[in-house]
Design a protein around this ligand. Structure first.
Ligand code: ATP
Ligand code: MG
Length: 355
């Protein structure tokens, strides 16, 4: 595939291959970026000391999309989790942090890369409101330092320090705790995050001697269901069971009973039935529900590149509105879902495609 004068090839197999791995050629240079590793999910905080016997660093898990950044031929490239050079992400990330990212990567051995979360409401993928990132921002949570023909994750403290030194942002480091204190401290953090509407935490050995783990609160477990069920036959279907399982063990560990239990159960039930019945009502009254969002491009050319890219990925998008705002091209985009079609056919036939 091609982006901005670079050619790139997803690497499905081989030494550095795997989900999201990519080879990028640009200006006579070539770099490999391996896929970002999947993080094991924890459902019982009581097991923390078992997985992190030397203590654990707790970082905020921000809810956006994973972007790796690498330098190739003197230019920085942003790679999505799936191993693509999304033109929107590249244009916006370069506009805010192009220089800083390049400077940081130039200080590290050739072929090193950073990984972080793009967060905010102006993107085509995951839109969650954060007071510290209302539109579009980037929070680094990993630096992979090239060593021989592989990469090593930079220790937690050292990474936070380096990111700060180059004027970039990190996800929040909430503390490093001894194993026996960890379950209680993480529980406190998660309760506060649930009240504030934050996703969860990623738990890391301070020196990356053990594999990291992720843990999310009810706000996200149930909130994801609520968002997903607006499109029951798109995200809804895949979201439902795994998130119920997370809550199943959370409720067990918290020992919820009586009113507290009833409240959680009602919250979950409403998350499933609320948005999904709204979707049925909307389609029944001739208002199909589709995703709509705002994107901001440095130029018309960047917008065209993004639209071509989205369509080449098989995503149905349409520009609803376009305006110029302080040198930026601001567009309202609609992404078509298949749920309205399924619901429409069910309303017409009175039958279900499921059992
Ligand atoms: P998987 O990682 O299992 O493929 P997924 O992509 O759905 O699944 P999540 O459940 O969102 O991932 O959890 C892992 C992701 O969390 C990481 O890939 C990264 O994008 C994001 N993330 C946010 N904050 C952090 C952090 N502090 N440390 C590591 N990852 C983080
Ligand atoms: Mg995520």
């Amino acid at each position: 595939m091609e982006y901005g004068g670079a050619k790139y090839v997803p690497l499905k197999k081989g030494k550095w291959g795997g989900k999201g791995a990519v080879l990028i050629y640009y200006s006579g240079d070539v770099k490999v970026v391996p896929g970002y590793p999947s993080i094991q999910r924890l459902v019982l905080l009581s097991k923390l000391p078992h997985y992190f016997p030397e203590g654990v660093s707790v970082e905020e898990k921000m809810n956006g999309y994973n972007v790796r950044v690498v330098e190739v031929g003197g230019e920085v490239f942003a790679v999505t989790r799936g191993g693509h050079l999304c033109p929107y992400t590249n244009a916006r990330l370069r506009a805010i942090y192009g220089e800083e990212l390049k400077a940081l990567l130039e200080e590290l051995p050739e072929g090193s890369f950073v990984a972080g979360e793009v967060v905010g409401e102006e993107n085509p993928y995951v839109r969650v409101r954060y007071p510290e990132a209302p539109e579009f921002d980037y929070f680094i949570f990993d630096i992979f330092v090239k060593e021989g023909d592989s990469w090593k994750q930079m220790p937690v403290e050292e990474r936070h320090e380096l990111v700060r030194r180059f004027g970039l942002k990190s996800v929040r480091l909430l503390g490093t705790f001894p194993p026996d204190e960890a379950p209680g401290r993480v529980k406190e953090i998660i309760d506060a995050f649930d009240a504030e509407g934050r996703e969860g935490v990623v738990l890391k050995d301070p020196l990356y001697k053990r594999v990291p783990a992720k843990y999310t609160g009810s706000y996200t477990n149930i909130g994801d269901i609520e968002k997903g069920m607006l499109y029951p036959f798109d995200e809804g279907k895949d979201y439902l069971f795994p998130r119920i399982v997370r809550e199943m063990f959370k409720v067990y560990e918290e020992g919820l009973k009586g009113r507290d239990f009833e409240e959680r159960a009602l919250w979950l039930g409403k998350a499933i039935l609320g948005p999904s019945t709204e979707a049925v009502k909307a389609v029944a009254s001739g208002r199909p529900v589709h995703e709509e969002f705002v994107l901001r491009f440095p130029s018309e050319e960047d917008l065209e590149r993004y639209l071509d890219y989205a369509r080449s990925m098989g995503v149905k998008v349409k520009v609803l509105e376009k305006a110029e705002e302080g040198g930026w091209v601001v567009v309202k985009v609609r992404k078509y879902k298949k749920s309205p079609d399924v619901i429409e056919s069910m309303l017409r036939t009175g039958r279900t495609p499921l059992d």
